[in-house]
Ligand binder design. Structure first.
Ligand code: AMP
Length: 401
């Protein structure tokens, strides 16, 4: 079943036409730099890349051009539904949902929790409804997988009315990726969907890790926002919250400006002063750059510490799963992390570790209990699978809270 997967951001809209059954990507593309003179539609079909300049185009024109390409390629007629990535579902959605006016209203009601992401996600939903009026639409939430977290994992130790009046709690993100790699890891382990104690580590430009017990998220490193938890490309991850007021006073900046720096100028970029890109830092570290070396050391140390912490939520560890650009490709980072976690019984297999790169899945430890796996993620495929299931009526787990 061909599904249009749409991820609409503030200045770009990523799209893909995917066969949900086998994952074939018939078309992938991005309308980017929307709202600027450099706006363009870049897409790839049958291995061929195309760029269409769209100076001054906004989301409307960018998506219209994308739909035109689907028409020209004869793909539009084959579409069975549209699956939208929606970042914040708050406590309202515990699974993907067929989009109705009521669902749109609930996504709007979550804007205060995802002020940067939910508005452009809603723009994508409205435009898709206009441009492809006969197709069913589905929302797939980054937060939904983590709605199974127990209160002890999602509750912040803060005044209770912050939760009841302002929804201050941990939500978690990257849920679509954690759910996808959980299913793949369960297949590799030969266990059922409701079995196993896994820790999944999504390590890309954004990083988060999740404790998955019997197929359900029971704790995760990101919180109210995607700033909490692991060290990331430009995000600090968890820091002493008193730092915010302290740095604001020391530098004369507003708290919002400091928060912006924690999101955009910290993490690998902030520590190294060089780049948010792990490959660049590994090259610089190999040439002796001390700040790049320290940034990698902090990244791995914090990661190992938080991964071990997630085992508390599970009581035992069957498998640690690496995914995301860093997790899928950097044998060096995986080695450093597994060496720090040797006390859990994880024994690296250096040969297997070196092999598991560029989309190759597999076990990278000698140890079987626990073991470490590399599993390439595919959020678009997961969105396509959920959309196909909801459209065809075979979806088992739709949950509206
Ligand atoms: P993502 O956000 O999942 O696309 O991941 C982006 C991150 O993956 C960046 O930090 C890249 O430097 C990193 N990455 C991709 N390939 C490699 C590699 N071969 N070695 C180290 N890091 C990599």
């Amino acid at each position: 079943m061909n599904i249009l997967v749409l991820n609409c951001g503030s200045s770009s809209a990523k799209f893909a036409v995917i066969d949900s059954a086998d994952g074939t990507e018939h078309l992938t593309g991005i309308a980017q730099r929307l709202g600027t003179a450099e706006a363009s539609l870049d897409y790839s079909h049958n291995g061929q890349k195309h760029v269409q300049k769209l100076p001054g185009a906004g989301h409307d024109q960018g998506l219209r051009a994308a739909v035109q390409v689907m028409d020209d390629l004869g793909l539009r007629a084959s579409l069975a539904g549209v699956g939208h990535r929606v970042v914040h579902g708050g406590s309202k959605f515990a699974s993907s949902m067929r989009i109705t006016p009521e669902v749109v209203a609930q996504v709007e009601a979550c804007i205060h929790l995802g002020p940067l992401h939910n508005p452009p996600n809603l723009v994508g939903i409205r435009l898709a409804e206009q441009l492809l009026p006969n197709l069913p639409q589905v929302a797939v939430f980054d937060t939904a997988f983590h709605q199974t977290m127990p209160a002890r994992a999602y509750t912040y130790p803060v005044p209770h009315e912050w939760l009841t009046q302002y929804d201050v709690r941990r939500y978690g993100f990257h849920g679509t990726s954690h759910r996808y790699v959980t299913q793949k890891a369960q297949e590799l382990l030969g266990i059922a969907a409701n079995e196993g104690c896994l820790v999944t580590a999504h390590l890309g430009n954004g990083c988060s890790a999740t404790a998955v017990k019997n197929g359900e998220s029971v704790d995760t490193t990101m919180g109210l926002t995607p700033l909490e938890g692991l060290v990331m490309g430009t995000r600090s991850g968890s820091v002493d919250p008193a730092l915010l007021g302290y740095v604001a006073r020391a530098t004369g900046q507003t708290a919002d400006a400091v928060l912006d720096a924690l999101n955009k100028k910290s993490g690998l970029l902030g520590m190294s002063g060089l780049s948010n890109d792990m490959r660049t830092l590994q090259e610089a570290a190999a040439q002796g750059n001390p700040r790049a070396q320290l940034a990698i050391e902090v990244f791995c140390y914090v990661l190992a510490k938080q991964l071990a912490g997630l085992v508390v939520a599970l009581g035992r560890l069957d498998a640690l799963v690496f995914t995301g650009g860093i997790g899928e490709n950097s044998a060096e980072i995986r080695e450093k992390v597994l060496n720090l976690l040797g006390f859990l019984g994880l024994q690296l297999d250096p040969g297997a570790n070196a092999q598991a790169v560029r989309g190759k899945a597999g076990r990278i430890t000698h140890s079987l209990k626990p073991q470490a796996l590399v599993v390439p993620t595919n959020e678009e495929r997961m969105i396509a699978l959920d959309t196909a299931a909801l459209v065809s009526g075979s979806f088992a787990g739709a949950q509206y809270l």
